[in-house]
Design a protein around this ligand. Structure first.
Ligand code: NAD
Length: 356
């Protein structure tokens, strides 16, 4: 598997460096070849090349079997004219990675903040309120006068239909239940269209039940009884917000794995940001990016019929569960290890567990 690895900003380089030995161990243990090409994005690229994402990275991404993108300091990148491009938006948009798949589950050895649950947030990834990616050209946030801002949301039938299909396909392989989270009581036309497409899709998946919940109530239901959710499908911004909450409820934002997938390409990217408050201190939990990389292996393995990659993905998740049970973890989830040591211990565990 040929991977393009882009470490990003803040904790990005630390969690990426911790994830790579784990992937190396998985490739040895599960018998698939791994080739890694690493390139800078974000501040390091801005310093070196005057731009946060060099245009040639797009071809490198297309030539690879998958991408791993570390978190970027997107809040710092305001002016594309000055080379400040949001790397995450750039790849999601350029590669049409329309489905952002963010699983969240509780782990038996960690305190359960909302009881036990196992769910997946399926978030539309290319339009909605995300101003830097929802227009063909230009930005959907406008300063009309010094004191007036207009932010435009784009909702298309095509994007609603294809995200619904991903959610139902996933639910069909899980507990066969989709919850469409919306605000169609207020955003009657846009979220109404999203709901229409979810209902239409359900007709192709009669074995999967569809629930519809308004987004504010959905947050209350998640806190009250997260176990009732299997697959949550929703538009871009709600999905972004809900999935940080579900990751934290699973134990830590540092456990938030996430895959951005389209028809032909996929990019592993943790749910969280660059965490400047803990950057450079060997404190960040690398499991978020490691679990994201496992999702990428599974996506690739299923498409290419590579059983080794699919088995490696399951093996990595199992090893994470066992590492948590035995306390080989970072401080955010109650451990004592640093980022690097957590990655090294997990790599070692993967080698050991397969030999048993
Ligand atoms: P954040 O997600 O970086 O951090 C929120 C909190 O979670 C912080 O307390 C942080 O220390 C903690 N945290 C995050 N990841 C962790 C990990 N792996 N282990 C342990 N703790 C972890 O959110 P923020 O501080 O609001 O944003 C920082 C920057 O990241 C901003 O520039 C923002 O725009 C950017 N951002 C980027 C992405 C992305 O690249 N996909 C996503 C969200 C935010």
């Amino acid at each position: 598997m040929r991977l393009l690895v882009l470490p990003g900003d803040g904790i990005g380089p630390e969690i990426t460096a911790a994830a790579l030995p784990v992937l190396g161990a998985a490739s040895e243990a599960y018998g698939f070849a791994l080739e890694v090409r690493e390139e800078p994005v974000g501040h390091s690229s801005l310093q070196r090349y005057g731009i946060t994402v060099r245009p040639e990275l797009l071809q490198m991404a297309r030539d690879a079997d998958g991408l791993i993108l570390g978190p970027a300091a997107t809040f710092d990148f305001r002016d594309p004219e000055k080379g400040e491009i949001n790397p995450s938006a750039f790849f999601r948009k350029s590669l049409d990675l329309f489905a952002n798949i963010r699983p969240a589950r509780t782990w038996p050895a960690l305190p359960q903040k909302l009881g036990a649950f196992d769910l997946v947030v399926v978030r539309e990834n290319t339009e909605g309120f995300y101003a830097d990616r929802n227009m063909e050209r230009g930005n959907a946030e406008l300063l009309v006068t010094e004191d007036v801002v207009v932010s435009l949301r784009r909702v298309t039938r095509k994007a609603c239909a294809r995200i619904a299909r991903v959610a139902f396909g996933l639910a069909a392989r899980r507990r066969k239940h989709v919850t469409a989270v919306h605000k169609a009581n207020v955003l009657k036309i846009g979220d109404g269209m999203f709901l229409d497409e979810c209902r239409a899709c359900q007709r192709d998946f009669p074995q999967v039940a569809l629930d519809e919940v308004i987004v504010d109530a959905a947050m209350a239901h998640l806190v009250r009884k997260a176990e009732r959710f299997d697959v949550i499908v929703t538009t871009n911004m709600y999905g972004d917000i809900i999935s940080d909450m579900t990751a934290e409820a699973s134990g830590s934002l540092g456990l938030g794995g996430s895959l951005n997938a389209g028809e032909n390409y996929a990019m592993a990217q943790a749910s969280h940001g660059s965490a400047p408050d803990i950057a450079g201190r060997n404190l960040a939990n690398p499991f978020s990016l490691i679990l994201s990389a496992a999702q990428l292996l599974s996506w690739h393995g299923r498409r290419r019929n590579e059983a080794g990659c699919v088995a490696a993905a399951a093996g990595i998740e199992r090893a994470v569960e066992n590492a948590i049970a035995e306390g080989e973890i970072t401080r955010d989830i109650g451990g004592r290890l640093g980022t690097k040591e957590t990655g090294d211990a997990l790599a070692e565990r993967i080698r050991r567990e397969l030999q048993r």
